[in-house]
Design a protein. Structure first.
Length: 452
């Protein structure tokens, strides 16, 4: 019977010709990771054939597909798919949770590029705004004045939406589309969207005397808010992609805003939104309107303001966004949640941030090493130099500035996982500083500025 010498366990096992390597080694009590249940749909059971690769049977279709996706050389085989016809010596490449993290960081990402879903479904709050009669206004005034006025208008709206945790998705002419809830819970995001709408109306009213003095006229605005499931994804070619949301609920939100014209109102929300915020808002009327493209009528509620109790409660709650020294800071977590000499990963939209409390000094850095995109959590800090040493390959960075103190190109053991072409690419990765983010401590919270 063929014999398999298994490293790093230094155990020799016998194998039947009709059994896979995975079956042979696990029957002898040698643990072998196989995240997909030996279905050939992952690469975690891979082994490095150090001797006797000619004694391996040809790859199965599943293994060949994986090998092409991950650029495996002939010496890297999937244990769950490989049968043998003679003796061989192999090394298990994925041994424990740490090795599995290496797989996820280095290899699975490559495979997921072609398997990644187009988007993910998420419940969010959606806001549309539109200036009433702006086309005729723009025809009566010089184009540069119109452009200046639009920039002033959008600047004020941006400050309000950003302060309330919203993200502006798009500007179209004098219209704006914003999303709330990409990171918050749905109830909180719905309230923040409605609160933003109320604050926008107040800002428009404050702007009217300026408009009258400058142009002899002012304008009104229509606002519509709805919430529901959408698909969050990226659109655009190559490196020009941007995150956006699509779905029927986006269309409904847009139609709700447009319904203000028919109803003679300024701010309408859907019944779904109203049920969440009804205790916090003043609503003096509602309308039943047929939305284009929908068979049934929709009940929409006019929002006239926030209740006194709601305003008082909002003033007592800490803000999510503050501005200091010309930078915008976002509130992340209470200082007590990051004890002395601890590390914690937090997320903000598409960023993974590693918060570090080093001798009661708080640092925020990109949670991934710029060399090979490996997770930095758990990396050690030199108490003398204040340098962060990547736990994967000894690259060192100044914790305060993120500058490279030492760059490591070679990782002999890990390199066995790659094809020669990929190894050469890894070794030639140019030096790149670690991204750092300014932090402040205020009101018992840690605040981080993610602005470049």
């Amino acid at each position: 019977m063929p014999k398999i010498e298994v490293l790093p366990d230094n155990i020799v096992v016998e194998s039947d010709n009709d059994k896979t390597i995975l079956e042979s080694v696990t029957e002898q009590g040698i643990p072998q990771v196989n995240a997909c249940g030996a279905a050939g749909k992952c690469s975690t059971c891979r082994v490095w054939i150090m001797e006797g690769v000619e004694n391996c049977e040809n790859r199965t279709e599943l293994e060949e597909e994986m090998a092409v996706k991950l650029n495996f050389g002939p010496e890297i085989r999937l244990a769950c798919q490989t049968k043998i016809k003679g003796d061989l010596k192999l090394r298990r490449l994925v041994i424990d949770d740490t090795d599995l993290e290496i797989c996820n960081q280095m290899f699975v990402d490559r495979m997921l590029e072609s398997m990644r879903p187009v988007g993910e479904e998420k419940e969010v709050a959606l806001m549309f705004t539109d200036i009433r009669g702006f086309t005729s206004f723009s025809e009566r005034h010089p184009p540069y004045d119109v452009l200046f006025l639009l920039n002033r208008h959008f600047h004020q709206l941006y400050k309000i939406i950003d302060k309330n945790g919203g993200t502006i998705d798009n500007y179209v002419g004098d219209s704006l589309f914003a999303i709330f809830g990409l990171t918050d819970g749905i109830d909180k995001s719905v309230f923040k969207a409605v609160k933003s709408g109320v604050e926008i109306l107040k800002e428009i009213d404050k702007m009217k005397p300026y408009m009258q003095s400058m142009y002899g006229e002012d304008f009104e605005i229509g606002i519509g808010v709805h919430y529901g499931k959408v698909v969050v994804g990226e659109i655009g070619p190559g490196q020009k992609t941007k995150k956006t949301v699509i779905g029927d609920n986006v269309n409904i939100a847009s139609r709700i805003e447009a319904a203000n014209k028919q109803a003679g109102t300024r701010f309408l929300v859907s019944e779904d939104v109203y049920k969440i915020v009804e205790k916090d808002v003043i609503s003096e009327d509602f309308v039943r309107i047929r939305i284009p493209g929908k068979e049934t009528k929709y009940t929409l509620y006019e929002i006239n303001g926030l209740t006194d109790k709601c305003i008082q409660r909002s003033q007592e709650e800490p803000e999510d966004i503050i501005h200091q020294n010309g930078r915008k800071y976002k509130r992340f977590l209470p200082t007590k949640d990051l004890p002395t000499n601890s590390q914690l990963e937090v997320s903000s939209e598409d960023k993974t941030i590693l918060l570090i409390n080093h001798e009661d000094d708080i640092f925020a850095i990109n949670g991934r090493c710029p060399h090979m995109n490996m997770a930095l959590k758990g990396s050690q800090i030199n108490p003398k130099t204040g340098e962060l040493k990547c736990k994967w390959h000894d690259a060192c960075f100044e914790l305060q500035t993120g500058k490279v103190a030492k760059w490591c190109k070679e990782m002999p053991y890990i390199m066995k996982l790659f094809s020669k072409e990929l190894v050469q690419g890894i070794q030639n990765v140019p030096q790149k500083n670690l991204e750092t983010y300014p932090t402040i401590l205020k009101s018992g919270f840690i605040w981080i500025s993610l602005e470049k």
